[in-house]
Design a protein around this ligand. Structure first.
Ligand code: FES
Length: 141
């Protein structure tokens, strides 16, 4: 794996089941999504590091991908269809948008359309200056 901390990392769950394994030689949906994304990035190029993860604890929302980078917002997406070219292209299109955004924060409208309703999580980085985050005072019991 060619990890570069300046570049985002796209993580794909390899073990998600999409219910169509029987049509694909028992290859899981997550593995098929990963294969399709690797193929598309080989054709179109991407500066993201790609990695596979075995389960991201969102199994009921298969297939799952996330995008993260040091000091950046992390995004988690689900309900992705490994056979839908629009989903595959949206994931690839997201990467340069993410790379260019301050703190890599993307509003709903700034994300490719298939990645608006499919978002499962948006986690701010530690030490963020984002006004989405409020520091809370600890209260002594
Ligand atoms: S198997 Fe993919 S999130 Fe659990």
């Amino acid at each position: 794996m060619n990890f570069n901390p300046e570049h985002p990392t796209l993580s794909k769950c390899l073990t998600c089941r999409d219910g169509r394994e029987g049509d694909h030689g028992d290859v899981r949906g997550g593995a098929r999504l990963a294969r399709a994304l690797c193929s598309l990035t080989a054709q179109q190029g991407s500066d993201a590091t790609l990695r596979g993860v075995r389960c991201k604890s969102q199994c009921k929302r298969a297939c799952i991908v996330s995008l993260t980078a040091p000091g950046a917002f992390t995004y988690l997406f689900g309900d992705l269809d490994p056979t839908d070219p629009a989903h595959l292209q949206a994931i690839l299109d997201l990467i340069p948008l993410y790379s260019k955004a301050p703190e890599r924060f993307l509003t709903r409208d700034a994300r490719p359309e298939p990645l608006r309703a499919t978002i499962l999580g948006r986690l701010p980085p530690l030490g963020t200056a984002s006004d989405l985050v409020t520091e809370l005072q600890q209260v002594q019991a």
